[in-house]
Ligand binder design. Structure first.
Ligand SMILES: Nc1nc2c(c(=O)[nH]1)N[C@H]1C(S)=C(S)[C@@H](COP(=O)(O)O)O[C@H]1N2
Ligand SMILES: [Mo]
Length: 325
C-alpha cells in the first residue's frame, strides 16, 4: 500500500455516462466527433471495441465482459453522486487486488488464468440457516439493482462507478443471524496457481479477509456486487462477487469472496494484521485523520486532473453517521 507520485493524467475531464462508454467505437467517434475522439486516444478509422487506453495513455485491453442478462439492472435513483462517473477503462486498469500483485496497472492482465465459474459463496457461523449459494442463484433470488457510489481508496484516490448487486442485509436476513452474532467476516480465495500475487507474496496472510460490525453489514449501503457499468464484473474488480462498503476505505470492500461468517468477537483483518498502526478495523473515511504517512484531506479523481476535498464518511453521513459516536 504505497502512495505514488501523482501521474500526468491523460484523460480530459468530462461528463460521463456509462451508456456513452459502451457505444461501439464507431458510434462513439460519431457522437464525439473525430477531434474529440482523437483526444480520447480513439482512432477515427477503427470501428473495433478494443484495445483502448489506460490511465497512462498506454494501449490496454481491460477485457470488459460483454453485455449479458440480467445486466444492465435498473438503477436505484436514491443513490446519487456529485461528480462524473469514472471511465470504465480507467477504473478497470487501476486496481488494488494483491492476489494479482501490487502493481495497479497490471492487475487486469494478470487475472487471465483466474477461474470464476463455477464459484460458490458459503454463509455460515452464527446463523440459523447456513447455506452455500452459487452466484447465479444469488442473482435470481436477491433484489438486485444498480447503484452509483463513490469509492475512496486509503491511498487518496477515488472513483465513481455504477455497481450492480444487492444489499448484503437481504442475504443476512435470509440466513437468520443468531442473537449472539455481533460481527461479519468475509473471506477471499486462496488459489496460488491462478493468482500470481499469492504465489509471489507469501508473506501476506492469504486468503484476504475483512470484517464489519453486524450493524454496518446490515446498513442499506453495504452491497454484494456482481456487476459494474451494466456488465458482469470484470475479474480485476473482484469477480464473480465482491463487497462494497462505500463509507469506508477501499480495502474494506473485499473482492472475490467465498465465505461470509457471522461471529461473536471482532475479527482480525488482512491489512490490520500486516500493519496495525496504519489500517484499523473500523477504517471509516475521515479527512481529519491522516494516515501515518500521508494526509487524507484530499483525493485525486482517477481519470481526470481533478482533486477534491475528501468528505467525512465519504459523503454518506446521512446513511451511516448514526452508527458512530
Ligand atoms: N481480495 C481483495 N480485495 C480487495 C483488495 C485486495 O487486494 N484483495 N484491495 C482493496 C482495495 S485497497 C481497494 S482500493 C479496492 C479496489 O477496488 P477496485 O479495483 O474495484 O477499484 O479493492 C479492495 N478489495
Ligand atoms: Mo485501497
Amino acid at each position: 500500500m504505497l502512495i505514488r507520485k501523482q501521474r500526468a493524467w491523460q484523460m480530459p475531464e468530462r461528463e460521463a455516462t456509462e451508456e456513452k462508454w459502451f457505444l461501439s467505437r464507431r458510434d462513439l467517434i460519431a457522437s464525439l466527433g473525430c477531434t474529440v475522439a482523437a483526444g480520447f486516444g480513439l482512432n477515427c478509422s477503427d470501428s473495433g471495441d478494443r484495445p483502448d487506453k489506460d490511465f497512462r495513455g498506454n494501449t490496454v485491453d481491460t477485457t470488459f465482459p460483454p453485455a449479458r442478462s440480467p445486466y444492465p439492472l435498473k438503477r436505484n435513483a436514491r443513490y446519487t453522486i456529485d461528480r462524473p462517473l469514472t471511465d470504465p477503462r480507467i477504473a478497470g486498469s487501476y486496481n488494488n487486488f494483491y492476489e494479482f500483485g501490487s502493481e495497479k496497472a497490471n492487475v487486469w492482465k494478470r487475472t487471465a488464468n483466474f477461474q470464476i465459474d463455477p464459484w460458490t459463496v458459503e454463509i455460515g457461523g452464527l446463523v440459523h440457516k447456513p447455506k452455500t449459494f452459487s452466484v447465479a442463484e444469488l442473482l435470481r433470488i436477491m433484489p438486485a439493482e444498480e447503484r452509483i457510489y463513490r469509492l475512496r481508496c486509503v491511498e487518496a484516490w477515488s472513483m465513481a462507478v455504477p455497481w450492480s448487486g444487492f444489499p448484503l442485509h437481504a442475504l443476512l436476513k435470509q440466513a437468520e443471524p443468531m442473537s449472539k452474532a455481533r460481527f461479519v467476516r468475509f473471506v477471499g480465495f486462496n488459489k496460488a496457481e491462478q493468482a500470481p500475487g499469492i504465489k509471489e507474496q507469501p508473506w501476506y496472510r492469504w486468503p484476504y479477509y475483512e470484517g464489519l460490525r453486524l450493524d454496518e453489514a446490515m446498513n442499506e449501503l453495504t452491497m454484494l456486487v456482481t456487476g459494474v457499468y451494466g456488465r458482469p464484473l470484470p475479474k480485476q474488480h473482484g469477480a464473480p462477487i465482491r463487497l462494497i462498503v462505500p463509507w469506508k476505505y477501499g480495502y474494506k470492500s473485499a473482492k472475490a469472496i467465498t465465505r461470509i461468517e457471522l461471529i461473536e468477537q471482532q475479527p482480525h483483518t488482512f491489512w490490520e494484521d500486516m500493519y496495525p498502526a496504519e489500517y484499523t478495523f473500523e477504517s471509516n473515511v475521515d479527512p481529519r485523520v491522516p494516515h501515518p504517512r500521508w494526509s487524507q484531506a484530499n483525493e485525486r479523481l482517477i481519470g481526470t486532473q481533478e482533486t477534491r476535498k475528501t468528505l467525512l464518511h465519504n459523503g454518506y453521513g446521512e446513511f451511516v453517521a448514526g452508527m458512530y459516536g
